[in-house]
Design a protein around this ligand. Structure first.
Ligand SMILES: [Cu+2]
Length: 110
Protein backbone atom coordinates (compact mmCIF):
# COMPACT_ATOMS: atom_id res chain seq x y z
CA UNK A 1 0.00 0.00 0.00
CA UNK A 2 2.81 2.42 0.80
CA UNK A 3 4.38 1.76 -2.61
CA UNK A 4 1.12 2.50 -4.41
CA UNK A 5 0.64 5.82 -2.57
CA UNK A 6 4.19 6.89 -3.45
CA UNK A 7 3.67 6.05 -7.13
CA UNK A 8 0.44 8.06 -7.21
CA UNK A 9 2.03 11.15 -5.67
CA UNK A 10 4.92 10.98 -8.17
CA UNK A 11 2.42 10.80 -11.04
CA UNK A 12 0.55 13.81 -9.70
CA UNK A 13 3.78 15.82 -9.32
CA UNK A 14 4.78 14.93 -12.88
CA UNK A 15 1.45 16.06 -14.25
CA UNK A 16 1.74 19.38 -12.44
CA UNK A 17 5.21 20.05 -13.88
CA UNK A 18 3.95 19.34 -17.40
CA UNK A 19 1.04 21.77 -17.00
CA UNK A 20 3.41 24.51 -15.83
CA UNK A 21 5.75 24.19 -18.80
CA UNK A 22 2.78 24.49 -21.16
CA UNK A 23 1.72 27.70 -19.38
CA UNK A 24 5.22 29.16 -19.80
CA UNK A 25 5.23 28.42 -23.54
CA UNK A 26 1.91 30.24 -23.82
CA UNK A 27 3.28 33.35 -22.06
CA UNK A 28 6.46 33.59 -24.15
CA UNK A 29 4.37 33.41 -27.33
CA UNK A 30 2.42 36.49 -26.22
CA UNK A 31 5.57 38.41 -25.24
CA UNK A 32 7.05 38.39 -28.76
CA UNK A 33 6.68 41.91 -30.24
CA UNK A 34 5.06 42.62 -33.59
CA UNK A 35 6.90 44.94 -35.98
CA UNK A 36 3.68 46.70 -36.97
CA UNK A 37 2.62 47.44 -33.38
CA UNK A 38 1.02 50.88 -32.96
CA UNK A 39 2.20 53.37 -30.36
CA UNK A 40 0.13 56.15 -28.82
CA UNK A 41 1.40 59.73 -28.97
CA UNK A 42 0.43 63.39 -28.77
CA UNK A 43 1.38 65.65 -31.68
CA UNK A 44 3.50 68.61 -30.58
CA UNK A 45 4.47 70.14 -33.93
CA UNK A 46 3.92 69.43 -37.63
CA UNK A 47 6.41 70.62 -40.28
CA UNK A 48 5.04 69.73 -43.70
CA UNK A 49 7.81 71.51 -45.64
CA UNK A 50 10.50 69.41 -43.93
CA UNK A 51 8.31 66.25 -43.77
CA UNK A 52 8.84 66.13 -39.99
CA UNK A 53 6.61 65.72 -36.96
CA UNK A 54 7.35 66.17 -33.27
CA UNK A 55 5.64 63.52 -31.14
CA UNK A 56 5.39 62.99 -27.39
CA UNK A 57 5.21 59.20 -27.68
CA UNK A 58 4.71 56.23 -25.38
CA UNK A 59 7.01 53.22 -25.32
CA UNK A 60 7.83 52.04 -28.88
CA UNK A 61 8.24 48.31 -28.38
CA UNK A 62 9.56 47.38 -31.83
CA UNK A 63 12.28 50.07 -31.55
CA UNK A 64 13.01 49.33 -27.87
CA UNK A 65 12.51 53.05 -27.11
CA UNK A 66 11.14 54.48 -23.84
CA UNK A 67 8.51 57.27 -23.77
CA UNK A 68 9.87 60.69 -24.84
CA UNK A 69 9.28 63.75 -27.02
CA UNK A 70 11.24 63.68 -30.28
CA UNK A 71 11.21 64.58 -33.99
CA UNK A 72 10.41 61.92 -36.59
CA UNK A 73 10.62 62.06 -40.35
CA UNK A 74 7.52 60.84 -42.16
CA UNK A 75 7.49 58.35 -45.01
CA UNK A 76 4.95 60.42 -46.96
CA UNK A 77 4.16 64.15 -46.46
CA UNK A 78 0.48 63.31 -47.05
CA UNK A 79 0.45 61.63 -43.62
CA UNK A 80 0.81 65.11 -42.10
CA UNK A 81 -2.46 66.31 -43.69
CA UNK A 82 -4.37 64.02 -41.32
CA UNK A 83 -2.99 65.35 -38.03
CA UNK A 84 -2.28 68.66 -36.29
CA UNK A 85 -0.57 69.86 -33.12
CA UNK A 86 -2.50 68.76 -30.02
CA UNK A 87 -4.00 65.62 -31.61
CA UNK A 88 -3.83 62.28 -29.87
CA UNK A 89 -2.63 59.77 -32.43
CA UNK A 90 -1.62 56.17 -33.00
CA UNK A 91 1.41 55.60 -35.19
CA UNK A 92 3.89 53.00 -36.36
CA UNK A 93 7.57 53.79 -36.85
CA UNK A 94 10.74 52.06 -37.93
CA UNK A 95 14.45 52.87 -38.07
CA UNK A 96 15.51 53.17 -41.73
CA UNK A 97 19.11 54.08 -42.65
CA UNK A 98 19.69 55.38 -39.12
CA UNK A 99 16.66 57.71 -39.13
CA UNK A 100 13.39 57.22 -37.29
CA UNK A 101 10.55 57.26 -39.82
CA UNK A 102 6.80 57.39 -39.18
CA UNK A 103 5.20 54.82 -41.50
CA UNK A 104 1.54 55.27 -40.54
CA UNK A 105 -0.27 57.75 -38.30
CA UNK A 106 -3.91 58.32 -37.50
CA UNK A 107 -5.79 60.66 -35.19
CA UNK A 108 -7.75 58.96 -32.39
CA UNK A 109 -10.54 61.60 -32.36
CA UNK A 110 -13.37 60.69 -34.71
CU1 LIG B 1 11.61 58.44 -29.07
Amino acid sequence: MKTLALTLSLLLAGGHALAQSQTNDHDSHHASPAASETTEAEVRKVDKAAKKITLKHGEIKNLDMPPMTMVFQVKDAALLDQVQAGDKVRFTADKINGAYIVLTIESMKN
